[in-house]
Design a protein around this ligand. Structure first.
Ligand code: DOR
Ligand code: ZN
Length: 345
């Protein structure tokens, strides 16, 4: 039984770094473990222009503590009727690595999102042409669709037709939560991949609802039944290049989650690698962890793998009940639990 593992430095292909003081507080957690991160653009106002993307990147670099080696990869927020020229210019200038589809009102910060994919068709056609990946929050928002079914319905109504009509478009189906999503991604060509979060590998919907309502286990897409969690664990640990690491770390102040209408999002950045590796260990797949964490993502995005390495050691780690991100109290994923691997740097 391996007691330590050394792999190429990983990247996080889906993070929310926020802005201002909270950015300063949460960024070191991600930069400590990951060389690069795909940074979500759901700020207020959203990052929809090249100028806004470049300015946000500058703010992230300014917030990075001296001596930390970290590269933010910026993402354009797609709005109805967004100008394909703006996306192409941002991509050509190296500001935008990808563009994100938030269905309007699907989640936090999605009020300016897309009301109908027909409204971004010219943008998607241009992205397919220039090889700019589309990142998808895959949930429908129809009031008559149950929240636990929203991902599966999105696949049938929106994503499958989109992938069929634009076969050259690179698509990352973000934070998948269902066996339907695993099956869909496996059935597509190599231009369609998916990220998987630590929480969807660890918890099912009981974690949110049994023995009291647990706001810190609530994120969107919401955790589903156990059979879906098991399908995600099989996919993540399979070694298949279509699946890679994307934490969806989404910090919210504790009082905004422990509220009558609590925000969606789980702050998993502080112990992300420990959390993922524990899953690979439990599944007897430690030797496939490097592919998921450090190789499959760069291969999909057409980027080089990182040269540096990191090491994790088998050792108990107690996760604090609360962390302070520049004076904001935030409850981390696994709060109060003991994890079985320690990030050694
Ligand atoms: O749980 C979530 N939180 N899901 C999202 O899609 C957005 C995120 C956030 O920004 O807080
Ligand atoms: Zn997200």
């Amino acid at each position: 039984m391996a007691d330590s593992i050394t792999i190429r430095r990983p990247d996080d292909w889906h993070v929310h770094l926020r802005d201002g003081d909270v950015l300063k507080g949460v960024l070191p957690y991600t930069a400590r473990q990951f060389a690069r991160a795909i940074v979500m653009p759901n700020l207020s106002p959203p990052i929809s222009t090249v100028a806004a993307g470049a300015a946000y990147r500058d703010r992230i670099m300014a917030a990075l503590p001296a001596g930390m080696d970290f590269t933010p990869l910026m993402v354009a927020y797609l709005t109805d009727g967004i100008d394909p020229e703006e996306l192409a210019r941002g991509h050509a200038q190296g500001v935008f690595t990808a563009a994100k589809l938030y269905p309007a009102h699907a989640t936090t910060g999605s009020a300016h999102g897309v009301t109908d994919v027909a409204h971004i068709r010219p943008a998607l056609e241009r992205m397919a042409l220039i090889g700019m990946p589309l990142l998808v929050h895959g949930e429908v928002t129809d009031h008559d669709v149950d929240v636990f079914d929203r991902e599966a319905v999105f696949i049938a109504r929106i994503l499958a037709p989109l992938v069929r009509d634009l076969p050259d478009l690179k698509v990352v189906f973000e934070h998948i939560t269902t066996e339907e999503a695993v099956r869909f991604v496996l059935g597509c060509g190599p231009n369609v991949a998916a990220t998987i979060t630590p929480q969807h590998l660890h918890i099912n919907r009981n974690a949110m609802l049994v023995g009291g309502i647990r706001p810190h286990a609530y994120c969107l897409p919401v955790a589903k039944r156990e059979k879906h969690r098991l399908a995600l664990r099989t996919a993540a640990t399979s070694g298949n290049a279509k699946f890679f690491l994307g934490t969806d770390t989404a910090p919210h102040a504790r009082h905004l989650k422990e509220a009558a209408c609590g925000c969606a999002g789980i702050f998993n950045a502080p112990y992300a690698l420990e959390s993922y590796l524990q899953v690979f260990d439990e599944e007897g797949a430690i030797e496939r962890f490097e592919a998921f964490a450090s190789l499959n993502g760069p291969a999909f995005y057409g980027l080089p793998v990182n040269k540096a390495t990191i090491t994790l050691e088998r050792s108990e780690v107690c996760v604090p009940e609360v962390l302070h991100a520049n004076d904001t109290a935030i409850v981390p994923f696994h709060a109060g639990e003991v994890l079985t691997w320690r990030f050694a740097g």
